[in-house]
Design a protein around this ligand. Structure first.
Ligand code: SF4
Length: 408
């Protein structure tokens, strides 16, 4: 384990992991479970007797848990409901039971810290071209076979190099970095809920936005608490079949759908991301059912991103998603009635751009994480037909946005 002082943190670089395209050997898809088999269902699979003997300085009592007989505790943050006897460590690796009290071990010790363009989250309808100060600690409540950040998500807090950055330090660092937002991201922020919530409350008080980039596998009560200080979210909708969720991610679908319902009910701006994993999540019927559910329960206006998969972690023998599949899914979702559908991880694809749902003109032209042309007014109106575009837009965009007159 290595810690980095506050001062050194400022000069440190984050271990943000980007997708790495590689042309690897393909494997036949006859068996849809793939060569890696199924993800582990981690409900109930805690690490027995794995808690450290005493707390460290980045410990904080759990936000929501129940005490049971025999000094056992049950965590109430996510649907895994870890039941921990004294000395046990949680399935997400970041919580422990010491003498009948539940503690988070990830309070102020992020292992990844970076300042990103907000487009990288991806968030395309939230303050474009602003900076998001981004944090992650070790741990995750899923076991995705395709995890892009497995080195930190599938690690215990003491196993990774980390910074010391308590909530007030994180807010100050975000301000110094010129960020308008703090993003809780990279690994799974649900597993550092206590740190996220404390930081988000302070950030909100200082006029920063809070962004939650998550698998959405959280219980309603903590989510409602988070919604009080949340401004935007990108939540993964990893597939639209419970069986695939179990096989690919080690989780379940319904709690994630409930998260979307709650965000919608609480009027938090969110965008949805679906990573199109060949052989697992590349079924047109599933996309149609997903869109039907979105339209019925959430309406047509929340942006939907189809992301290209690249071989990674336990699915390192799969090919990248064919671009033609992503193009087809985007067309399909638009035909079904979703207004804003994007393709991600494919440079120069027209699915990187925003087109007005009403007049179809080009509103935001993106080149990677940068904006080449911008045609929204300060109030978030299409400059061509005056249709309101859903999202949280920069004030005075008509003055500040890059000027260009091009349109589709
Ligand atoms: S947040 Fe972690 S400790 Fe709590 S129930 Fe989920 S996996 Fe278990």
């Amino acid at each position: 384990m290595e810690t980095v002082s506050r001062r050194h943190f400022l000069y440190g670089s984050a271990a943000f992991l980007t997708y790495a395209a590689s042309a690897q050997a393909f494997w036949p898809f006859a068996d849809r479970s793939g060569p890696a088999g199924a993800a582990e269902d981690i409900r109930g699979k805690v690490f027995k007797g794995d808690a450290p003997p005493k707390l460290w300085k980045w410990s904080h009592e759990g936000f929501l848990y129940k005490k049971l007989k025999g000094d056992k505790v049950v965590c109430g943050i996510c649907p895994n409901h870890c039941l921990l006897a004294p000395g046990d460590r949680s399935a997400c690796r970041s919580k422990v039971n010491l003498d009948g009290t539940l503690y988070s071990l990830t309070y102020g010790n992020p292992c990844s810290v970076n300042t990103d363009p907000i487009e990288k989250k991806p968030l395309y309808h939230f303050k474009p071209q602003t900076k998001a100060f981004s944090l992650a600690t070790a741990g995750c409540n899923f076991r995705c076979l395709n995890c892009q950040n497995w080195e930190i998500s599938q690690a215990k807090p003491h196993e990774v190099r980390h910074y010391e950055l308590f909530p007030e330090d994180a807010v100050q660092a975000a301000q110094r970095a010129g960020a308008e937002s703090i993003a809780y991201t990279y690994s799974e922020p649900i597993t550092f809920f206590e740190y996220m919530l404390a930081t988000a409350r302070l950030a909100k008080a200082k006029g920063l936005h809070n962004l939650w980039i998550s698998n959405g596998y959280i219980n309603r009560k903590p989510l409602l608490e988070l919604c009080n200080v949340l401004d935007g979210a990108n939540v993964n909708l990893k597939s639209f079949e419970d069986a695939i969720y179990r096989k690919l991610n080690g989780g379940r679908l319904e709690p994630v759908l409930n998260t979307f319902r709650t965000l919608h009910e609480r009027r938090v701006h969110f965008e949805m991301t679906n990573l199109v994993v060949p052989g697992y999540v590349d079924d047109e019927d599933m996309v149609k059912r997903m869109c039907a559910w979105i339209l019925t329960n959430l309406g047509p206006d929340y942006p939907l991103h189809f992301l290209r998969f690249f071989p990674r972690y336990k699915l390192d023998r799969l090919p990248p998603t064919p671009v033609s599949t992503l193009t087809r899914f985007r067309e399909l979702a638009r035909q079904e009635g979703i207004h804003y559908v994007y393709v991600g991880n494919v440079p120069e694809h027209e699915g990187n751009n925003t087109y007005c749902h009403q007049c179809q003109k080009l509103l935001i032209e993106r080149q990677g994480y940068f904006i080449a042309s911008y045609h929204l007014d300060g109030g978030g109106l299409c400059k061509f037909c005056r249709a309101p575009i859903p999202g949280v837009w920069r004030a005075h965009d008509d003055q500040q946005g890059p000027s260009s007159s091009s349109s589709s």
